[in-house]
Design a protein around this ligand. Structure first.
Ligand code: ADP
Ligand code: XUL
Length: 513
C-alpha cells in the first residue's frame, strides 16, 4: 500500500493531505475553511456564534460541504484513483445525531445530489454541540453524583461539560422525542468515516475516551454509564474499535464523484489530538506535544492511564496502543486573535523580533489570558485580568498574554510529572517564531516543529497507511522529521523569571476562582 489520504475535519477547516509512503513524499494538500469558503453560512470561526448559557453548536452539513470542497480542490492536484487507503481526524467530543433512514443516505451513490442535501432530511438534531460547548453543568453534576470517583478512575476524566455523554444526556432531557428518533450517535470522526464508507462505522478508542462513556480498563462502552446517561443509548452506539483496522471500501459516491478507486480502504477514524500524537511522531512516552490550533492542547503518550488529581486533564486512547494524557485550553488562538484585533496589529507584532523589545519585562507583567469561559481551569472568565498599566506598549501586552497562556499550561500540566527535554509544536499558530520563543522560555526547553504543518491530517494519513499494513514506526521516521531550521532554544537567563512568575500566576489565579 503506497498512497494514502489523511483528512482533518477540525474546528475551522477541512484539510486533505496525500502521501506517497513508498518514496516518503507529500503529493498534494488542499483545504477548505468553514468561515472563509462559506461566507453565507454564519460560521465565521467554524461554529455558530451567539449561543446562550454556554451553548456552542455547528452545522454538520457544513462539515460535509467542507469535506467535498477540500476533495474537489485535491482532485485537481492529484489523481485520487491512486489512493489506497483513507483515514480522518476530527475535532473531538462533537456529536452528530442521525435518524432512521440515514443508512439509505449513506449508501446513496448518486453523485448529482450533494452529501449535505442527502443528510439534511436524516438529522435527528439539526446542529451539533462541539468541544467549546460548556452548557451541561447540570448533567455533569447528575452523573458525578451517581458515579463519584469511579467516573474519572474508569473513563480517564470526571464528567466534563464538552464530553459527549453529558451532551447526549442534555439532548435526551430537553428533546426526548428527537432523542428517541435518533438511530445512531456519532462523533465528528466516526460520522465522516461512515460517510466515506457508505455505512455506519464504529467510534475508535482514542476519540471514544472523550465521551465519559468508555471504560479504559476494558476498552468497551461502560454499561452502567451508558444506561445512566440516556435510555437505550447502547442501541445508538456501535461497539468501540481500534482505528488501525480497515473497516470498509470507499462508497461509490466518492468513486463516481472524485475518481477514487473502488478498492480504496476506509479505516475508523480518530480525534484530532490522538491523530496529532501519531503525526508528531510522539506515540511512544517521553515526548511532549503542544498544539496551538483553535484550542491549545498539551499532550503526551503514556503507558498506564494516570489521571489529573485536579480533574482538568484527560486520558484518551493512543492510536498506537496505550494511552495519552491531554489538557485543553479553550482560550488559545481565538484569545491571541482577540488581542491582535484589540491592538489593531497583525501577526508580525507577535514575531520574535517584535517581542524582543519587551524581553527585559519577561515574567514581570501578569495576565490571566481568558477572554471567555475556560476549560483549564474551569471558570466563567469574562475578560483577561491584567496586573500592569493600561499604557504599556503593544509588545509588553502581547508578551504578557502569551506568557499567561503558557504559564497556565505549565501550571496545569504538572500532574503529568514530565520535565520535557524538548517540545514538539504544531497547529496554526506554531509557525509564529515569537510565540514559539515564549513557549521555549516559559518551559525552559527547546521547541521543534515538523516539516508537515498539519499534524492531525498527517497523523490520519499515517493511520491509514498503518491500517493498510505498513509499519508505523518506520513511517514516523520518514514523515515526522523536525524541520531543520525550526528549532528554537530557550533563553536560560529567563529560567528564574519564569519560575517566580509561575508562583505569582498561581496566586493571582487563586484570587479569581
Ligand atoms: P483548527 O485545527 O483548530 O481548525 P488550526 O490549527 O488550523 O486550527 O489553527 C488556526 C489558528 O491559527 C487561527 O485561529 C489563527 O489564529 C492561528 N494562526 C494562523 N497563522 C498564525 C500566525 N502567523 N501567528 C499566530 N497565529 C496564527
Ligand atoms: C480536546 C478538545 C479540543 C478539540 C478541538 O479535549 O476539546 O482540542 O479536540 O481541537
Amino acid at each position: 500500500m503506497a498512497i494514502v489520504l489523511g483528512l482533518d475535519l477540525s474546528t475551522q477547516s477541512a484539510t486533505a493531505l496525500v502521501l506517497d509512503t513508498q518514496v516518503g513524499k507529500t503529493l498534494a494538500r488542499a483545504r477548505a475553511g468553514f468561515g472563509p469558503d462559506f461566507p453565507g453560512r454564519g460560521h465565521p470561526e467554524g461554529f455558530l456564534p451567539g449561543g446562550q448559557g454556554g451553548v456552542v453548536h455547528a452545522d454538520p452539513l457544513l462539515w460535509l460541504d467542507g469535506l467535498e470542497l477540500a476533495l474537489e480542490r485535491l482532485a485537481k492536484l492529484t489523481d485520487l484513483s491512486k489512493v489506497d487507503a483513507v483515514s480522518v481526524s476530527g475535532q473531538q467530543h462533537g456529536s452528530v445525531y442521525l435518524a432512521e433512514g440515514y443508512a439509505a443516505a449513506l449508501a446513496d451513490g448518486d453523485r448529482t445530489t450533494a452529501l449535505s442535501a442527502k443528510f439534511k432530511a436524516v438529522l435527528a438534531r439539526a446542529t451539533s454541540p462541539i468541544w467549546m460547548d460548556s452548557s451541561t453543568s447540570a448533567e455533569c453534576r447528575e452523573l458525578q453524583a451517581l458515579f463519584g470517583a469511579r467516573m474519572q478512575a474508569d473513563t480517564g476524566s470526571p464528567a466534563i461539560e464538552r464530553f459527549t455523554g453529558p451532551q447526549i444526556r442534555k439532548f435526551f432531557k430537553q428533546s426526548p422525542t428527537a432523542y428517541s428518533a435518533t438511530d445512531h450517535v456519532h462523533l465528528v470522526s466516526s460520522f465522516i468515516a461512515s460517510v466515506l464508507a457508505g455505512k455506519s462505522l464504529p467510534i475508535d478508542f482514542g476519540d471514544g475516551a472523550g465521551m465519559n462513556l468508555l471504560n479504559l480498563k476494558s476498552l468497551t462502552w461502560d454499561k452502567d454509564l451508558i444506561d445512566a446517561t440516556a435510555p437505550e443509548l447502547s442501541d445508538k452506539l456501535l461497539p468501540a474499535a481500534s482505528c488501525l483496522k480497515p473497516q470498509a471500501k470507499i462508497s461509490s459516491y466518492f468513486v463516481e464523484k472524485y475518481g477514487f478507486a473502488a478498492t480504496c480502504q476506509v479505516c475508523p477514524f480518530t480525534g484530532d489530538n490522538p491523530a496529532s500524537l501519531v503525526g508528531m511522531g510522539a506515540t511512544t512516552p517521553g515526548q511532549v506535544v503542544i498544539s496551538l490550533g483553535t484550542s491549545d492542547t498539551f499532550f503526551a503518550a503514556m503507558t498506564e492511564p494516570k489521571t489529573d488529581p485536579q480533574g482538568f486533564g484527560h486520558v484518551f486512547g493512543n492510536p498506537a496502543g496505550g494511552f495519552m494524557s491531554l489538557i485543553c485550553f479553550r482560550n488559545g488562538s481565538l484569545a491571541r486573535e482577540a488581542l491582535r484585533d484589540e491592538l489593531g496589529v497583525d501577526w508580525s507584532a507577535f514575531d520574535q523580533e517584535a517581542l524582543s523589545a519587551s524581553k527585559a519585562s519577561a515574567g514581570k507583567n501578569l495576565t490571566l489570558p481568558f477572554y471567555g469561559a475556560e476549560i483549564t481551569p474551569r471558570h466563567d472568565f469574562e475578560k483577561p485580568i491584567t496586573e500592569f498599566s493600561e499604557s504599556s506598549t503593544d509588545a509588553i501586552r502581547i508578551r504578557s498574554l502569551l506568557e499567561g497562556q503558557f504559564l497556565n499550561m505549565r501550571l496545569h500540566s504538572q500532574w503529568m510529572g514530565i520535565a520535557p527535554q524538548r517540545i514538539l509544536l504544531t497547529g496554526g499558530a506554531s509557525k509564529n517564531n515569537g510565540i514559539a520563543q515564549i513557549v521555549a522560555d516559559v518551559f525552559q526547553a527547546p521547541v521543534e516543529r515538523l516539516e508537515v504543518a498539519n499534524s492531525a491530517a498527517l497523523g490520519a494519513a499515517l493511520i491509514a497507511a498503518t491500517a493498510a499494513g505498513n509499519d508505523l514506526v518506520k513511517l514516523q521516521a520518514i514523515f515526522c522529521k523536525p524541520s531543520p531550521d525550526s528549532r528554537i532554544e530557550p533563553d536560560t537567563h529567563l529560567a528564574s523569571n519564569y519560575a517566580s512568575a509561575l508562583d505569582s500566576f498561581k496566586r493571582l489565579l487563586q484570587t479569581q476562582i
